[in-house]
Design a protein around this ligand. Structure first.
Ligand SMILES: [Zn+2]
Length: 479
């Protein structure tokens, strides 16, 4: 009798064409966060045809869903996280030079078309192994919308959609085959609305109270605050409404802030100080303010026990092999990177030395335990605080590809991205099977989780009663 691990991998190989077609279709659709309804429906259809039960529109989001398959006793419960949102303005053809499919339209510049399909394929491949016998588990695939705005999983976790999981697996397209063994930043994303009083800016300025002055003084305060926070804290803002025209004292103005730090607690502390800064700005300007909480998330807690399993499986299955055509694509694309990008990349002491002479990563990078937290944020963080979670990347793009770029969009829509996706699907399936077939491995992951989260129960970063901001990106150009 074939082994479950082999059955799962064989299923992925046999179904490579339909998986690639699904990924390419979602790549073409390139739907923005909370509007990925068609992408979600395509995934639901695929999973339904594979015997999964679908629950659509979970946690108040039409493009969020859960697909479930119960095998045997239904224990343990294993989750796979998928995403499918695109980014505004990154439309690109699958070619190694900049050429949009449609100028200014969204594109998959973060490879979430690959992300979702590989996670879906991991879940189905695991189910195939279960159907063949000897595997008991509940297999859940979570269709998670709006990762780019850090919304989907935060609301899903708050609403208990992930409750009852024993372990959770995900991945992210990258330029290397490696386990994410470092944390990420926790974050708050909040818009500050200032309210003043309009007046003729020359005729009776004494009667005006400028909301824009409030925004400007808040920004100045925030820029001083910057000096008295920890080194890893990041504060960034964009003025999203600065008034209409100079001769009208603006009665309304808005500034949008992100606050990031390595720990959730730290974000909350710095954010409180930022709110004080806003308060100070209103005192100085005779204005008032209120806040719109857009999103917040936790830092990512990498489960090391599961990380070791993923690393073993990456090595056992092996890095993708790239053809001469793919290498030529990489060489051509490299021309669009800054001339000294390789030098800059290798200057970073954390860059593995073996990447110095690779364009497409054809090795599995060593498991690291010494990496500083990433400055960026992910809503996988929130999942990782309620269930042991592992995340890794596979080589889906040319080494040196900037994040959220046309270059990443291009690779995500052609064979380089497809190869990484297929590897990820297999690694997800066999790692999940390892956890189920060797209960000691799952116990180890859970014990680590309990130890790391002890005394720090998850508390949703959202304000009481918050609803998903379904129209957040509704005004962005769709092409
Ligand atoms: Zn992403």
């Amino acid at each position: 009798m074939a082994m479950p691990r082999d059955i799962a991998q064989k299923w992925v190989d046999t179904n490579q064409a339909s998986l690639t077609a699904l990924s390419d279709r979602i790549w073409e659709l390139a739907e923005l966060g909370l509007q990925e309804n068609e992408s979600a429906r395509l995934q639901e259809e695929y999973l339904r045809s594979q015997g999964f039960t679908i629950e659509s529109g979970v946690a108040g989001m039409p493009s969020a869903f859960v697909a479930t398959y119960v095998a045997g006793s239904g224990k343990p419960v294993i989750g796979f996280l998928g995403e499918y949102d695109a980014l505004p303005g990154i439309s690109q053809k699958p070619v190694p030079y900049k050429e949009p499919r449609e100028e200014g339209a969204p594109g998959h510049g973060c490879g979430h078309n690959l992300l979702g399909v590989a996670a879906l394929a991991g879940a189905v491949a695991m189910k195939e192994a279960a159907v063949a016998g000897g595997v008991s588990a509940t297999i859940k695939y979570f269709g998670c919308p709006a990762e780019e705005t850090l919304i989907g999983k935060v609301f899903m976790v708050r609403d208990g959609v992930m409750d009852g999981l024993d372990a959770c697996l995900t991945w992210h397209p990258g330029a290397t085959n490696s386990v994410w063994s470092n944390s990420s930043s926790a974050m708050n994303s909040v818009k500050f609305n200032f309210h003043g009083r309009t007046a003729h800016a020359a005729g009776d300025p004494q009667n005006g109270r400028s909301a824009l002055d409030g925004v400007e003084l808040m920004n100045i305060g925030a820029n001083y605050l910057r000096e008295h926070v920890t080194e890893k804290t990041r504060i960034h803002y964009a003025t999203t409404d600065g008034g209409g025209q100079p001769n009208v004292v603006p009665a309304k103005a808005q500034v949008w802030y992100y606050v990031r730090a390595p720990l959730r607690q730290e974000v909350e502390e710095v954010f409180e100080r930022l709110v004080d800064v806003a308060r100070g700005a209103t005192l100085m300007t005779g204005t008032t303010f209120d806040m719109e909480f857009v999103a917040g998330c936790y830092n990512y807690l990498p489960n090391k026990a599961m990380g070791r399993l993923v690393h073993e499986n990456l090595k056992a299955i092996g890095a993708p092999k790239f053809t001469d055509e793919e290498l030529a694509f990489a060489i051509e694309m490299e021309k669009s990177f800054p001339a000294n990008y390789r030098e800059i990349m290798m200057r970073n002491p954390h860059t593995p030395r073996e990447l110095a002479d690779q364009r497409l990563n054809s090795t599995v990078l060593p498991l690291r335990d010494d990496l500083p937290p990433m400055a960026g944020s992910t809503d996988v963080g929130d999942v990782s605080w309620v269930v042991p979670t592992v995340q890794f990347s596979t080589a889906c793009a040319v080494i040196g590809t900037p994040g959220h770029s046309w270059q990443e969009c291009a690779a995500s829509g052609m064979s380089i991205g497809h190869k990484g996706m297929i590897l990820a699907a297999k690694v997800l399936a066999v790692t999940a099977l390892d956890l189920v077939l060797d209960p000691a491995k799952l116990v180890e992951a859970k014990e680590e989780f309990v130890a790391v989260t002890a005394g720090q129960p998850y508390k949703a970063p959202l304000p009481e009663g918050a609803k998903p901001p379904l129209d957040l990106l509704s005004k962005v150009k769709k092409g």
